[in-house]
Ligand binder design. Structure first.
Ligand SMILES: C[S@@+](CC[C@H](N)C(=O)[O-])C[C@H]1O[C@@H](n2cnc3c(N)ncnc32)[C@H](O)[C@@H]1O
Length: 213
């Protein structure tokens, strides 16, 4: 069970309702690998985090999927840990022997390294694929894993631009729930390249910092 202090069986998420099983996991990874081989940049999130917290920092990739961001963070010199509720994606992620990956539900996450992360990242629409009603618990658990002054960074599509099977999350609600668990709003962009966020933006990269609680 290491490094969890308590058992943490993943619950059904919007992602698992849409994609589950080894084939779905393999296809999901292949989509990114194909993009990368065709010259697309698939590492904007890892670069963003590295500008925020220079290596070597401790970074938690929350909802890490096949480990795209966590493995890149490791290669950039961070100590990265990835957790995801999908055991098949974690099996693929674990092909990277340099990064630690665990099957875990973010809504009940309890790593032994609570309060130690310099940054937690939820990349690739994790927020919109959570189980309905669990965002407050997820934010509370992620805040608890941040060191004082640590950053929570998330990127997700907004109403009208959420992917299949996902649920739109209102940014005012997100900021209010974050504030309630000790996370102050720092900045918001419309891309991982830090393009400005505007009222018409369809994607939000949000940065909060653990300042209280
Ligand atoms: C669109 S994928 C993004 C994967 C990865 N972050 C990336 O950008 O490549 C969304 C991920 O969120 C994970 N997820 C959703 N709810 C979760 C929860 N409660 N606990 C852990 N992982 C969760 C899913 O299992 C899925 O791997």
């Amino acid at each position: 069970m290491w490094p969890m202090d308590t058992p943490n069986a993943p619950s059904r998420t919007r992602w698992s309702a849409l994609m589950s099983g080894p084939e779905a996991a393999f296809t999901y990874r292949k989509r990114f690998l194909d993009l990368e081989s065709s010259g697309e940049d698939i590492h904007g999130e890892a670069r963003f985090i590295t500008e925020l917290v220079p290596p070597p920092s401790r970074v938690l990739d929350a909802g890490c999927g096949y480990g795209r961001v966590a493995s890149k963070l490791t290669r950039l010199g961070h100590t990265a840990i990835g957790v995801d509720a999908d055991e098949h994606l974690i099996a693929l992620a674990s092909e990277d022997p340099e990064t630690r990956f665990f099957v875990a539900d973010l809504a009940t996450l309890h790593l032994r390294t609570e309060q130690e992360f310099h940054a937690v990242v939820m990349a690739g629409n994790v927020v919109t694929y959570l189980a309905d009603g669990t965002l407050p618990a997820v934010l509370e658990r992620l805040s608890a894993h941040l060191a004082p002054g640590g950053y929570l960074v998330s990127g997700f599509g907004l109403a009208g631009s959420v992917p299949d099977g996902a649920a739109a999350v209102d940014l005012r609600t997100y900021d209010r729930l974050a504030e309630a668990v000790g996370l102050s709003f720092i900045a918001r962009y419309s891309t991982w390249d830090k393009d400005p966020f505007r009222p018409t933006s369809t994607y939000a990269v949000s940065v909060h910092r653990r300042t209280h609680g």
